[in-house]
Design a protein around this ligand. Sequence first.
Ligand SMILES: *Cc1c(COP(=O)(O)O)cnc(C)c1O
Length: 356
Amino acid sequence: MTRPTQATISSAAMQHNLARARSWAAGARVWAVVKANAYGHGIESALRGFSAADGLALIEFEHAQRLRDAGWRGPVLMLEGAFEPADLDAAAALGLALAVHSEAQLRWLEAWRGAGRIPVHLKLNSGMNRLGFPPAEFRLAHARLSALASVPTVATMAHFADADVRGGAERALQCFLAASRGLAGERSLANSAALIDIPAARCDWVRPGVILYGASPFAGRSAASLGLRPAMTLASRLIGVQRLQAGDTVGYGSTFTAPGPMRIGVVACGYADGYPRHAPNGTPVAVAGVRTRLVGRVAMDMLTVDLTPVPGADIGAEVELWGATVPIDEVAEASGTIGYELMCALAARVRVEAAA
Ligand SMILES: *Cc1c(COP(=O)(O)O)cnc(C)c1O
């Protein structure tokens, strides 16, 4: 018997969300961000969903190779660039563009004598203080890259720390526009939140990630209200039913106590499948299409749900952990995290199927 825990990936939803991103992009070209195994959806699914993207952006060289092996001929941008000098050979061989965010990466390029040429995206540290050149060093870095015969084009990029908060990105936006003013090359700046909320950040290319998978980049604004469709459904089935009396408890730590007689269902899904262990009592779950709530602590392989709103549900009933009925962002919020983390954390043991 196959364990019923399954993720279903809808490339139709991904196509829809990409079209939605394009409508916000207002003519800017779209890098579909497919890092972290396409936010847990799988690189091959991403290719089906985002075949209409202008380019694909990611971090992992193994996955860039898989994109090429699967036939993607369009632009590919490596968002963290090279991790070691040998990555330059891989980039040239596979036709990848590289972010250049550090003096070390710049020196590797200056020293590189390999075959081929590598387009680069020079990254500005516009205030997030993770990767990128400080504004005072940005133009000199641009000039050094522009002088290299091995580098055909030098684009510029930066990444927002606070684009999901109203007004939060203004300083970083001005910093980038000032630092890149007058420099040759295309510019890219906007993540999902900036693409939706900051028209001035669209520039030549936008870089949406999470919205393409149908989750919201904003706390308090649902994906549905943004016109997005969930690309991932995590589903399972009831493998057990228990009748509780008042005072009975459920699961490890006995964190839920029945207030009166009630039925609970045992679902074949736990934290080893990627469901968050910190999801508290009350986190939404759907059983046979009816929204109900998690009760008791999430275990490695199982979780338990209140069957009061679905009295007919029995062993074998379908359970949606997240998807169209239970938005992933609601599960994330209840669990003190964001939809991004839940989709990326989908575990390898979960069977993944393409939606019909
Ligand atoms: C992940 C990432 C994005 C996409 O961010 P979302 O918030 O998912 O839209 C864009 N740019 C860079 C550099 C990234 O690392």
